[in-house]
Design a protein around this ligand. Structure first.
Ligand code: GCB
Length: 588
């Protein structure tokens, strides 16, 4: 089976990465014949496909096709890899992946947006190797996110999407992030877990190193940067070492100054280094105190966006220039934060958040959860798996300041309470250093809020309610937030607010779907939010327009709540936000 992936593969004096991205062979399998026909051992090529990318916008007949489909590629084993520990790692496959290497079934993985890996060494051959992946992205009520939820008989005007998602973004399918093969020594570092603290001007960096079982060795850890270099060594007989490094006069990591140190880990025996791995480390703390969210002991206000990984043609596939562009747009507008709505974003994108100093609410793929008994156990198992995979992947990132367990679960239902008690407990046991939350649409009595360190609300007064009536919407927002704060006594982040605007559509006075209405709505919300001392964050929905399933509310197959279009051109609201947020920055 697949295993949890943590350290991002790298090349250095002990390790090497072979990136398998490129054009692969591809075929759709609408009759699901491939398994019985033994395509895992190889299939007749039909057409090329780009990896990584979704298949839906690469082929015009496949927009709504959710699988199964088959991918295969051939590669030559690099020189010097025999006798190494070799792993095959997928950054993200939506939704189900089954993997064969040279005809041997390596295993399967369920769930998109998170990395997984396999031990490849036993199946590799010198010379040419054949890798086959079957991908399937059907929507089903016992998957997470769920789809094709049985209609509620109490609902007399049932509203459906095509494809039948429990969320509005398009359920893109395919191999979405790089597939790499990487070699390490057999005797290797397998994980590093970094926790940082500040004591006055001193930074404490606690590192846990995990390694494969092996003979005694020496572990050396060093931290370098900002004019400092410190190192510690311990001798290691078991599989883990805990080491604390101290940085006097530390340069802490913050959004204003995203200072990073290089943490270098080395394993040696008899003075000879046999494995090494380096990691950027930001020394910072995150705490919730009373009504405030604190970074390094100072209150911080999040200004930014909910987003999607969504770009023309590539779908949900990694597009490095679009990643850079989106950070540039957020910067230009004056944002310091975003949420990885509604699933974890690529590791490549997260690396840039660490470097550029963005504060990230890191969300699991649990969007649209419902709590009917049927399939509930399975959905909980998947959510537990996602939390494990996400924390393993992102635990060392200074940019990640909050874990979000879900988006808009239907959590007024009784079953929700136990569900979130478990997920919250699991998350805290894996990472006691970060606050935990979830984004809710409910006005009150959300069963899940009991297990949140701060409250995240998605709000659309003046849009889905009070349509066309902005002033009424703003008044209701203000009351609603005060009520939520009075009930829970925790800081509040408004993780969504916004309006659809068709670019180029104008009106005065502002009417729904015009650029003016969107700009007025966002401005009014920002004014209300800036006045509430307990509001720790404001995230506009959305940075960019994004592709949706088809439904009556989504014009042209898109959610138009972006302040930028899908091809990243600003709407009026982007200019307006820029005035607000940049002006506020000057005051800070
Ligand atoms: C929400 C959802 C988000 C939707 C948004 C909308 O509450 O969390 O995924 O896109 O509303 O525009 O309806």
């Amino acid at each position: 089976g697949s295993q949890i992936a943590s350290l991002y593969p790298c090349s250095n004096a002990s390790r090497q990465v072979l990136n398998l991205s490129g054009f692969w062979d591809f075929r759709f399998d609408p009759g699901d014949a491939g398994l019985d026909a033994g395509w895992g051992a190889g299939f007749a090529p039909q057409r090329p496909i780009a990896v990584p990318a979704s298949w839906n916008e690469q082929f015009e007949e496949a927009l709504d096709y959710l699988g199964p489909a088959w991918y295969q590629t051939r590669f030559i084993l690099p020189w010097g890899w025999s006798g190494k520990r070799v792993r095959l790692r997928f950054g993200s496959v939506n939704y189900l992946a089954a993997v064969w290497l040279n005809g041997a079934h390596l295993g399967e993985h369920e769930g998109g947006h998170l990395p997984f890996e396999f031990d490849a060494a036993p199946y590799l051959r010198a010379g040419e190797n054949l890798l086959v992946v079957r991908v399937e992205g059907e929507l089903a009520p016992d998957r997470v996110p769920p789809g094709r939820i049985p209609p509620d008989p109490r609902d007399d005007f049932p509203h459906r999407n095509h494809p039948d998602t429990s969320f509005d973004f398009f359920p893109f399918c395919g191999i979405h992030r790089p597939v790499v093969l990487y070699a390490t020594p057999r005797d290797a570092i397998t994980d590093l877990t970094v926790r940082t603290e500040l004591e006055g001007t001193t930074g404490l960096v606690r590192v846990r190193l995990d390694r494969t079982p092996g003979d005694g060795a020496t572990a050396r850890l060093s931290l370098k940067g900002h004019g400092a270099e410190v190192a510690e060594e311990v001798s290691l007989s078991g599989e883990t070492a805990e080491i604390e490094l101290t940085l006097p006069d530390v340069a802490p990591w913050s959004p204003e100054a995203p200072n990073l140190y290089e943490l270098a880990a080395e394993l040696s025996r008899g003075g000879e280094v046999f494995d090494r791995y380096s990691l950027p480390v930001g020394v910072r703390t995150v705490t919730v105190e009373g009504d405030a969210l604190l970074i390094n002991g100072e209150p911080v206000k999040l200004r930014g966006f909910g987003r999607h990984e969504d770009f023309p043609v590539a779908g949900r596939g990694l597009v490095p220039p679009a990643v850079v562009k989106d950070y540039a747009l957020m910067r230009w507008v004056g944002a310091n934060s975003f949420r990885t709505s509604h699933y974890p974003y690529s590791e490549e994108a997260m690396d840039l958040a660490d470097r550029l100093g963005f504060l990230v609410i890191d969300e699991t793929p649990a969007v649209g959860l419902f709590f009917a008994e049927e399939g509930l156990g399975r959905r909980l198992q998947l959510c537990r798996q996602y939390v494990r995979e996400l924390v393993a992947r992102d635990k060392n990132r200074p940019a990640v300041i909050l874990w979000s367990l879900a988006n808009e679960p239907h959590s007024k239902r009784p079953g929700a309470k136990e569900f979130f008690r478990e997920l919250y407990g699991l998350t805290k046991s894996l990472d006691p250093t970060r606050p935990v939350t979830l984004a809710s649409m409910h006005e009150e009595a959300d069963e899940a809020f009991e297990f949140c360190d701060l409250i995240c609300l998605n709000r659309y007064f003046g849009w889905y309610t009070e349509p066309g009536m902005l002033e009424e919407g703003f008044a209701r927002l203000s009351e609603d937030l005060d009520a939520a704060h009075a009930r829970y006594h925790k800081p509040v982040i408004v993780t969504e607010f916004g309006a659809d605007a068709l670019p180029g559509c104008h009106s005065h006075p502002p009417e729904m779907f015009t650029e003016e209405y969107q700009a007025e709505m966002i401005s009014g919300y920002v004014r209300v939010l800036e006045e509430k001392p307990y509001v720790a964050g404001q995230h506009v929905w959305n940075l960019c327009d994004f592709k949706t399933a088809q439904e009556a509310r989504r014009v042209g197959g898109m959610n138009l709540k972006g302040v930028f279009t899908r091809d990243r051109r600003p709407k009026l609201a982007a200019h307006r936000l820029r005035q607000f947020w940049n002006a506020r920055h000057d005051e800070d």
